[in-house]
Each structure stands twice: as C-alpha cells, then as structure tokens.
Design a protein around this ligand. Sequence first.
Ligand SMILES: NC(=O)c1ccc[n+]([C@@H]2O[C@H](COP(=O)([O-])OP(=O)(O)OC[C@H]3O[C@@H](n4cnc5c(N)ncnc54)[C@H](OP(=O)(O)O)[C@@H]3O)[C@@H](O)[C@H]2O)c1
Length: 389
Amino acid sequence: MIRVAILGSTGSIGCSALEVIRRHPEQYDVTTLAANRNVDALAGQVSEFRPKKAVICDSSPKLPTANKATKWERGIESIVEAAADPDVDIVLNALVGAVGLRPTLTALEAGHRVALANKESLVAGGALVVAAAESGEGEVVPIDSEHSAILQCMQGSDDKDLQRITLTASGGPFRGYSKADLDKVKATEALQHPTWNMGAKITVDSATLANKALEVIEAHFLYGLDYDRIEAVVHPQSVIHSFVEFVDGSVLAQLGFPNMELPILYALSYPHRLDDALLRTYDPVRLSPLTFEDIDHEAFPMYALGVEAGRRSGCAPAVYNAGNEIAVEAFLEDRIRFPEMPEVVERTMDRIGIAAPRDLIDVISVDQEARKVSAEEVARCAQSIGKKS
Ligand SMILES: NC(=O)c1ccc[n+]([C@@H]2O[C@H](COP(=O)([O-])OP(=O)(O)OC[C@H]3O[C@@H](n4cnc5c(N)ncnc54)[C@H](OP(=O)(O)O)[C@@H]3O)[C@@H](O)[C@H]2O)c1
C-alpha cells in the first residue's frame, strides 16, 4: 500500500485525486487530508477515507470531534508537519498559492515524493525546491498536465538530448478578445473556462495567461532548461499537453482529454502506469481538428511579464507570483478591472529588489513585501476609478 497525504483535498485537484484513489483502493491508502476552511467537505472525505489525520488551516471554523480513526488538527504548522510524516510515501500538494511552498520543501527534506499540483511552490521557491530534491531522497513528480506530458515524453531519453519544450495553452475564455474588449470583462466571465474545470485562482490565471508564465518557470526548474528553450503556444482544444523536441529534431507530444485524473494517476504511479478503465479513451476523429496560434502579447501582457520575472531570476518569480495572487483576489472581488491585473504585477515587480533568496526566510519575506506593495497598487487602481479598495 502506498500511503498518500493530500493537501488541499477539498479543491478541484484534491477531489480529482480522491476520485483516482477511490478507483485504486488496493494501491493507495489516504493517511492525511487537509483543507483551508471547508470543514463540511473535509468531514465527508474523512468519513469515507478514514485518514489518520485531518487538518483545517483557518482558525475560524469549529472542528468535528475526533473519532478513533482520525485526529483533527488546525493550522498551517499541522499541514507542514503532515508533509514530514515518516509514515507517508507521497505528499500530493494541491494547495493553491505560495502557502504550498513550505509543505513542498518539508516533504522533500523528509525524503517523500511530492506529487506537485501547487505550481506556486516552484515559482516562489524554485531554487530551494530543486536543492531540497537533489540533496536527499525526495523527488518532485509534476501533476500539471503540461509538465506531466513532458515527463511522459522524456521516458527513455537522456536529459542532455532535450532541445526545446513547447507548452500548450487553451487561450482561456477571452481568446481572440482585444485589449479594449478585456476592459469590460467581469470575474463571472473569467471563471467560465472553455476546456478545463478548475479552482477560481487558476481559472483567472488561465484567462490572463499568467498560468502559462507560471508553468514556464515551473518547467525551467523541473527540467533545467534555460528560458530561451521553453515556449508556449495557444492550442484551444487542450488535447496536446506539451511538445518535447530533442537534439536530433524529433518532436514527441502527449495527448489526452482535458482531465486532470490522468496526470494525477501518473504522478502517483510513476514510473509505472496503472490500468484505469474509467479514464476516457482518446478518439482522434472526434477530437479533430487540433489547431495552434501565437499568444496575443498585447491583449495578454501577463505572460511576457511572468517569463521576464523568470529570466530576471532571484526573487523576481516570487514577486510576480505574490503580486499575481493579490491582483487575482482583487479582480475576483471586483476591486480592479481585468487589464489592471498585469499593471499591478508590473508595478510591484518594479518596486521590489530581486536579490537571490538564500533560504526560505528570504522567500517568505519577499513574498510578504510583494503582497503589501501589490495591495497598495490595487488600492491605487481602485481609487483612480472611484471604487472601494
Ligand atoms: N484545478 C486544476 O485543474 C489544476 C490543474 C493544474 C494545476 N493546478 C494547480 O493545483 C493547485 C490547486 O488548484 P485547484 O484548482 O485544485 O484549487 P482550489 O480548487 O481552489 O483548491 C485549493 C485547495 O487548497 C485549500 N487551500 C486554499 N488556501 C489554503 C491555505 N491558505 N491553507 C491551506 N489550505 C488552503 C483549499 O481548501 P478550502 O476548500 O477549505 O478552501 C482547497 O482544498 C494550484 O496551484 C493550481 O495552480 C490545478
């Protein structure tokens, strides 16, 4: 039995992970479930999966009383502790935001596999995550479909034979919109993703294309390629998840329905594959045609800003990530307009130094500073259009 701790179990990835595990009870045992504040959903999962431990991060909700099987705990420290639990084999990190970085590092330091959905871990603290994975027994296996595709295409090949990676982007709900059109869009429209069903933050990131920039940075740290060799292309059908080009010019791609259960299953079973009859069979005729377009940089500046943050390196990706988290929250609360999100992030990047972080404390401190500065920038946008900040 492989013992799995699921952090962020009540979210979109967390629920898909439990669905995968539900179909493979002979392979996987859930030892920990953790969420932010959704006690009711977590309690339902606890009664089905009977983990040793259930954690709620937020301080407000009342916790259910412990039963014989499950101990209930509260707070981020309990989540970090759960990531280090020696009685765990895989920590599936499906938290959203830079809050996921500490559990990722702790799990790696404890020698665990981190099945990583929480891309913000690698964006905010990529160098630390790579160092933690390289210095011990721990490993990162990505859940993001694009990075899972790359891992699958790389099987049997040497890293040195990798020439270039092309990540695909759906283009989000506003593909084809002009800059002027985007001025009027609302959060409810941004949350209508054409091909993927995901949590609110990543859905907005997909609409601005910040998500693709976060994934470029993630690919840089996972596969050790410089930024000149990582590209992104819009592929509205979301069927090809990435292209991998080798030094001899050969290009491999991984295809599948836009459904996160396959990359989750692969991250759990890697380097093996598990039979799963419920995952839909690929049908090339029904899924044709497959089309590709360039990114519209004028309408979606968040992509180039994020890649620029990656190239600047040091703390710049952490600043970009924190600024983006604050901007997305403000947009979802209707405090800023869609085109103001990249403006907030750009001004935050301009205002904060980017010296390379020496350790987690440096990353946390720059993350906090960037959140403060971007909140000021949000307030400035809100004032300029006469809204409440
Ligand atoms: N969804 C996808 O298809 C997809 C695909 C690729 C990558 N990802 C990445 O996977 C991660 C999760 O995405 P998602 O779409 O599953 O997000 P989501 O639906 O918003 O779920 C987030 C989960 O994290 C918990 N959480 C949020 N803030 C927390 C905090 N401060 N402390 C502890 N727990 C917290 C939430 O608990 P509550 O329910 O209590 O709020 C929930 O369980 C993100 O990094 C995203 O970029 C997602």
